[in-house]
Design a protein around this ligand. Structure first.
Ligand SMILES: [Zn+2]
Ligand SMILES: [Zn+2]
Length: 247
């Protein structure tokens, strides 16, 4: 198996809280400099930078999972990654149909810019992307997994916008691909709190909104090659593939 360093939770200028320096090209350049070999692109409730990041990343041999960090009705953050462009478009439509249509106030929340490779602004997202969509955790999980995607509740230990902050716990029977632990906690601490999660796959990521934070948290994947199918096997711990949070 080959070891791949993965940061699967990264924001861009499209996220209202994302720094203006976080253009797709800057993000890829800095991820590359820091030895990241697999990236996950997870803007709040939008997939609109994912393909550009993927195409730029491929030029420096970084594999990209395309998706979004979706906010559920309960206000829990959920990383959702889709296996191909067609399914990614379905995820975007699912979000568009269910997001609260509240206009963004850039002065208050920050700008939500879609840019091109040369950092020229193509458009601004009209509706505030950090709002919840009108679907609960289980409905979002079902949608993603039925379409062959990866469904990973984000920073589950955090005191805001997480399963534990919003529901009080990680539901024991929750169907998900893996569980993300924030940089501020560890797998041991989470398992001490919720022993029934033992046996699940866990990831840790940077959740970077600023260039300086890229790769400040990461997960090692052991795969034959960097691909969606191989990562699926790793999450399921099949055929010697697995993922591991570095100690
Ligand atoms: Zn989040
Ligand atoms: Zn995030």
């Amino acid at each position: 198996m080959i070891k791949f360093r993965a940061d699967l939770h990264l924001h861009t200028v499209l996220s209202p809280c994302g720094d203006l320096e976080m253009s797709p090209s800057q993000l890829v350049e800095h991820a590359h400099l820091r030895g990241i070999q697999i990236m996950g692109i997870t803007d709040h409730n939008s997939t609109k930078h994912a393909r550009l990041v993927r195409d730029l990343a491929a030029k420096v041999n970084i594999f990209t999972l395309c998706g979004a960090e979706v906010t559920s009705k309960e206000e829990a953050h959920l990383l959702c990654f889709m296996p191909d462009d067609e399914k990614l478009q379905l995820l975007q439509e699912f979000i568009d149909e269910n997001i609260l249509k509240i206009p963004n106030n850039p002065k208050y929340f920050g700008e939500q810019l879609v840019v091109n490779e040369s950092e020229e602004i193509i458009c601004e997202e009209e509706f505030l992307l950090i709002n919840a969509i009108d679907k609960d955790v289980n409905e979002i999980g079902e949608f993603v997994m039925q379409n062959g995607g990866f469904f990973i509740p984000a920073h589950v230990d955090r005191s805001a916008f997480s399963l534990t902050s919003q529901l009080g716990f990680v539901p024991p029977d929750l169907e998900c691909t893996a569980i993300e632990i924030s940089k501020h906690s560890s797998q041991e601490e989470l398992l001490a709190q919720f022993p029934y999660l033992s046996g699940r796959s866990f990831i840790q990521s940077s959740d970077a909104h600023y260039v300086a934070d890229i790769a400040s948290g990461f997960t090692n994947f052991y795969l034959k090659e960097a691909s969606f199918e191989e990562m699926q096997k790793a999450f399921l711990k099949e055929e010697g593939r697995y993922c591991e949070i570095p100690q």
